[in-house]
Every structure is written in structure tokens, then in C-alpha cells.
Design a protein around this ligand. Sequence first.
Ligand code: UT7
Length: 323
Amino acid sequence: MIRSHVIGCGAYLPKAVLTNHDLAKRVDTSDDWIVARTGIRERRVAGPGEKTSDLAFEAAHAALAGAGLAADDLDLVVCATTTPDETFPSVATKIQMRLGMTRGAAFDVQAVCSGFIYGLAVADNFIRCGQARTVLLIGAECMTRLLDWNDRTTCVLFGDGAGAVVLKAAKGSGGNEDRGVLNTKLFSDGRLHDMLYVDGGPSSTQTTGHLRMHGKEVFRHAVTNIAASIVASLDHAGLRVADIDWFVPHQANQRILDGTSKKLGIPHEKVVSTVALHGNTSAASVPLALATAVGDGRIKRGDLVLLEAMGGGITWGAALLRW
Ligand code: UT7
């Protein structure tokens, strides 16, 4: 059986830090409220002229260097983003060009905050079907460009950043002791469109629009949906919660991370949390958190890693992989 091994990972954050105190000067909010309700203390904001492809390129470059590969070793570039530089072409083709990759294919995946899990499913399926052997998967966002800075219920939540992994085909036994992606589980419910959306777009308003969210409803669905997708992933692999070494969740709100891990019985020490420093970076959040825990030595070869995310659509999903 073919498995998709992660052989490199990288991340990039823009330089400018926006703290809760900075935000309290712009809107009627406070550091106390934001920390108590979300766990977020600061987030990064892309500089003037800095685009999603710029963040994506830096993360991709680091992931390729970590994998010890050249751009033309890649068969496919998949970029999960909801904030492309332009409506088209894709960020992925820009990365292909900037890396100097002269072969293969490149495209974007749009599943908002679930984008990296969706992208991982795409990359893993391309590899397991034999259509690609080596895939660069990026999650990159400039979410701050979609914010209404007068709306305190959303502008305090999001940040910019990028993370990337390189996946490569390798032989496995088919059992859950294999290295690589063990499975991915994707879900969506289009009836919940109005819970989290952008009020503009090329075919509706011909503008970019602003992010709108009914936070309480999203919160309510998040813990239930995320926990169910994790159970589906564990069941499929024949594994138990106790087998998980590291839980790397989507970083939307510390209370959602705590609620999900409590519901499933995942101990606090196994949860990777970067929400305090990154805020919600949508499709970049899982690979940024992953790169943090790999970089500081927490995630080691052979560890069982659980990923999950939920976002606009509503979309959600989970993935299990052995590092
Ligand atoms: O990644 C995609 C998925 N997104 C999410 O997972 C986000 C899910 N939702 C959430 O994280 C939370 O619902 C929020 C953090 C967005 C909001 O927290 P909450 O505990 O659900 O607060 P709330 O919306 O019930 O608001 C409570 C109060 C309200 O005032 P009243 O009506 O009680 O007087 C809000 O107007 O807090 C007020 N409020 C604020 N106060 C200070 C809302 N935003 C702010 C703010 N600063 N920034």
C-alpha cells in the first residue's frame, strides 16, 4: 500500500504584530475580553504590499529545504487559501513559478479554515492513486484583508500567516503502525452557509467583501462536529484516543480547543496551541501549529498526530498521521 509521508515542513509569519491592546484603541474591546473569550493575545498582519503568495512562498521554501528537495522534484503544488492575491490565477501557480518549478501541476483548494485538512486529503489521494509521488501542500492566508475593522465581533479573531508540508509516496503495510497519512475525513453542510461567510465576491457584488460570522452558533457546532470527525478518523484507523501522541487542532479559539479535548478525553499536555500568538489564520492555522511543534522537538518520528479543522461552508474534518 502507498502511504504519504511528511518529509518536510515549514512556516512563515509576517513581521508586524497586532496586540489586543492595539485593537482596543480601534474598537470597543479590551485585552481582558479577548483573552477570556478566545485565548488570543496577538496576531500577525501582512505588511503593505505583502500578499498571500509572499507568505506561501516563504513557508514552501522552508518546507522544501527541510525535505532536501528541489522544486522540480515536485509533481504537484496544492495551496489551501481563501484569500488569494487575485481571483485568478491560483496562488499555487504563483508558487510554482517562484520556486522555479517547470513541470507538474498546481491549483488552490478553498475550504476556508478547513482548507489544510481538505488539501491534505487531496494530496494524500493523489499520492495513493499514483497520480503524484511528491506534493507540496501549503496553507496560506491574509485573513486581515477580509476584516471589517469596525466589527469588534470578528476583527479581534483573525491573523495572517502560512505553513507548508512536503508529502512523498512510500510503501506501507496498510496497518495503523505505518508512517504517513493513515486517513482523512471530510464533511460539509452547505445549509449552514449564513453562519460564516464573506458578503462579497466576483459574481455577486464584484467586490472582495467582508467576513461575517454568527460566532455563538459556529462555536456550538464546532465542538460537536470536530469531535465527531475525530471519532470517525480514529474508528477507521482502529485506534483509540489514548493512542494519540499530539493533537494539532485548528486554532480558532482556546475555548474550542479545550472543549474538544475535554469531550474526547485528550490530556491538555498533548494539545498543541498557538492561538495566543497567531489568532485564527484559517487554512494556515494547522500547518503553522504543526511546524511549531515539529520545530521545538515535541513531535517526533513515529508519533501519532491528530489534525482537525472547521470553517465556513460549513466545512470540517480530521486527519490522522504517523510522523
Ligand atoms: O475558524 C472558523 C470558525 N470560527 C470559530 O470557531 C469562532 C467561533 N466562535 C467564537 O469563538 C466565539 O463565539 C466568539 C469569540 C466569536 C464570541 O464569544 P462568545 O462568548 O460567543 O461571545 P458572544 O458573541 O456571546 O458575545 C458576548 C458579549 C456580547 O455583548 P452582550 O450582548 O452580552 O452585551 C457581545 O456584543 O460580548 C460582546 N462582544 C465583545 N465585547 C468586547 C463581542 N465581541 C466583543 C469584543 N470585545 N471584541
